[in-house]
Structure formats: structure tokens, C-alpha cells
Design a protein around this ligand. Structure first.
Ligand code: HEM
Length: 313
């Protein structure tokens, strides 16, 4: 219970706040008289949140699949929240940069180390059944995952290696978009034909992606890092944090994801490696970090490290 004599300064501040926007403080105080006390469930919106896990089948393990994907999307949102603070900071310091990077990494560490919930947490037989009801959808269509990539690195590092030499900073975004590495999961480069996985994804998100790519061209994590004073760019802790983030997203997570896919798709099909992912990709080749060689900050790795990227998986 606060003491009455402490109320004056607060009332003064409230008065200042509302006068500044031409509002009557008295009305707001009267409103407070009738406002409901907040509860945990209203604030966290638990009812809404816990109503979002809707199964398409009767198989119990589908709940694990839906729940874990939703947890990933929530964590992706929190990662983007932190990245955006670096992107928008007008007085960026190495200290701020590093602390945000560590937050982002902790989230991604959590996603990599928890991936066993997917790999071990579902019955293969059930997975092989309920996955049929998901086709042609795939985690490939997670827009937030793509936003994290656009906001982390220079666009060129997300371009399919086969086309990098023809793409530079003057290339129109629409052209670069067609040559992003992930187009390979759903596009036949000889005929130009796109799979339904890709067509649906682009119909929903392409415009947003193009705007986001352009906006982050000059404020992704790498360009912001390069804006720091040279001494900060050489700061051991900061470089370590950058490398850790790169490794976690592009090796640890990719590896955990690949192993989960391998476990279900291969063992569920009795080792028939040609079985497709629900999105229809040549998954075994497409998902392996050794083939994709996604690297956010190539300048921070030695030549040997770059050459061996993903080889230990
Ligand atoms: C048993 C669990 C999982 C399996 C078997 C699996 C399988 C696959 C496969 C085969 C692909 C390639 C595209 C396709 O043909 O569908 C893919 C892509 C993808 N999945 Fe998963 N996935 C699983 C869990 C997850 C989870 C929990 C997430 C988190 C959101 C996720 C996010 C993604 C992303 C972002 C891609 C695109 C990656 C890229 O382009 O390299 N997946 N997944």
C-alpha cells in the first residue's frame, strides 16, 4: 500500500503527461476507478494461445508437431524483435550489438538443442500418416525464418552459388529474389517451373519479402557490424558472438533439422531415400549444410573453416 504523501509527484507527472496531449487528467483517473484488475491469463492471453493448436488428424503426436512449430515461430518472432533493435539503433555501440547478438544466439541455441523434441518426440508411424494431410505445406514456408536471414546478412550470401557471379548490389531485387538459394527447393532451373510449395509461398509473401530485403540491404547485422569503429570490429568477444550466431543458425540448427528429417522420412519409408519432403523437395541434397553452405558472415571465418563448412555432419 503506497503512502498518500508519495502520490503528489505521480499526480503531477500524470497531469503533465495528459496536458501535453490536451487531455483531461481527471477523466483518466476516473477511468482507473472502474478498470478491471489485470490477471495473468488476460495479460498473457493464455486462452487465445492455447486454442491455436488445431489438429487435422486423430493421431496424438500431431499435437507435438503443431506445438513445437508454433514454439519455433514464437521464438523466431523474439529473434526478429532483437535484430530489429540493432537494425534501427541510431547510436550503435559494440556493447549493445554484442548483448543483442547473445540474446539472439541464446534463442537459436534453444531451437537447435531442443530439436530432439521433433526427432525423438513423435512416433514415426504416426508421423508418416499425419504428414499426408500436410502436403504440400512445409516448414520451408516459414516466412519469419526467411526474414531472419534477410535481416542477418548481405543478400549475396543468400544467393544460390551458381548465380552469384552475375548478381551484385545493382541487381534488381526481383531478379535477386529468383536466385535465392531456397528457390532450389521448388524450382526447375531448366524449365523455370515452380512447385506448388513455392508458388503458394510467393503468392502470400513475395511482396513483403521484396520490401524487407530492400529495407535491410543497408541495416542487416553484417552492415551494422561494419559500421562500428575498426577497433570494435576486431573485438574478440564481439567476433566470437558473431561466429557463434552464424554457426548456430547455419550449422547446428541445419544439422538438427536435417537429422530429424532423415530420421522420419528415411526410417518411415524403410530407407527409400528418394521419398520427398512434404513440400516436395529433393530434401536430402537440399537440406544438407554441406551443399547449401549458408554463411552469414564469411569474412569472419578462415579459408579452411569455409572449405570445411558442414563437412562434419
Ligand atoms: C519432423 C520434423 C521435420 C521434418 C521431417 C522436416 C522436413 C523438412 C523438409 C523435407 C524440408 C525441405 C522442404 C520440403 O520438401 O518440405 C524442410 C524445410 C524447412 N523446414 Fe522442416 N522439418 C521438420 C521440422 C521443422 C521445424 C520444427 C521447423 C521450425 C519452424 C522447420 C522449418 C523448416 C524451414 C525453415 C525449412 C526451409 C529450410 C531451407 O530452406 O533450407 N522444420 N523441412
Amino acid at each position: 500500500m503506497s503512502h498518500l504523501e508519495n502520490l503528489d509527484p505521480i499526480l503531477n507527472e500524470l497531469q503533465q503527461k495528459y496536458t501535453a496531449i490536451d487531455q483531461d487528467t481527471q477523466t483518466y483517473l476516473t477511468g482507473l476507478l472502474y478498470s478491471k484488475p489485470i490477471t495473468y491469463w488476460d495479460y498473457i492471453q493464455t486462452d487465445a494461445l492455447l486454442n491455436l493448436q488445431v489438429q487435422r488428424t486423430t493421431l496424438p503426436d500431431e499435437m507435438v508437431f503443431i506445438g513445437y512449430h508454433q514454439i519455433n515461430e514464437l521464438i523466431f518472432k523474439m529473434i526478429l524483435w532483437e535484430i530489429e533493435q540493432v537494425a534501427e539503433n541510431n547510436a550503435l555501440t559494440a556493447e549493445f550489438f554484442e548483448s543483442k547478438l547473445m540474446r539472439i544466439s541464446r534463442y537459436f541455441d534453444m531451437l537447435s538443442t531442443s530439436f530432439n523434441i521433433m526427432r525423438e518426440g513423435m512416433d514415426v508411424e504416426q508421423y508418416m500418416k499425419f504428414r499426408n494431410t500436410l502436403t504440400p505445406a512445409s516448414g520451408f514456408q516459414s516466412a519469419q525464418y526467411r526474414l531472419i536471414e534477410f535481416a542477418s546478412t548481405e543478400l549475396i550470401n543468400l544467393i544460390d552459388y551458381r548465380f552469384r557471379k552475375d548478381i551484385d548490389r545493382d541487381t534488381p531485387y526481383t531478379h535477386a529474389f529468383e536466385h535465392l538459394y531456397w528457390q532450389a527447393a521448388g524450382k526447375d532451373y531448366h524449365t523455370g517451373k515452380k512447385s506448388i510449395l513455392l508458388i503458394n509461398f510467393e503468392k502470400r509473401y513475395k511482396e513483403e519479402f521484396l520490401r524487407f530485403m530492400e529495407a535491410h540491404n543497408t541495416k542487416n547485422l553484417w552492415t551494422r557490424f561494419k559500421e562500428l569503429p575498426k577497433a570494435d570490429q576486431a573485438d574478440e568477444d564481439l567476433v566470437k558472438a558473431m561466429r557463434h550466431y552464424d554457426y548456430t543458425v547455419n550449422i547446428s540448427w541445419v544439422k538438427a533439422h536435417y537429422n530429424a528429417a532423415k530420421h522420419y522420412i528415411e526410417s518411415g519409408s524403410g530407407g527409400a531415400v528418394e521419398t520427398e519432403g512434404t513440400g516436395g523437395s529433393d530434401w536430402k541434397k537440399y537440406m544438407h549444410p554441406k551443399y547449401q553452405r549458408r554463411i552469414f558472415f564469411p569474412e569472419l571465418w578462415t579459408e579452411e573453416e569455409l572449405n570445411n563448412w558442414g563437412e562434419d555432419i
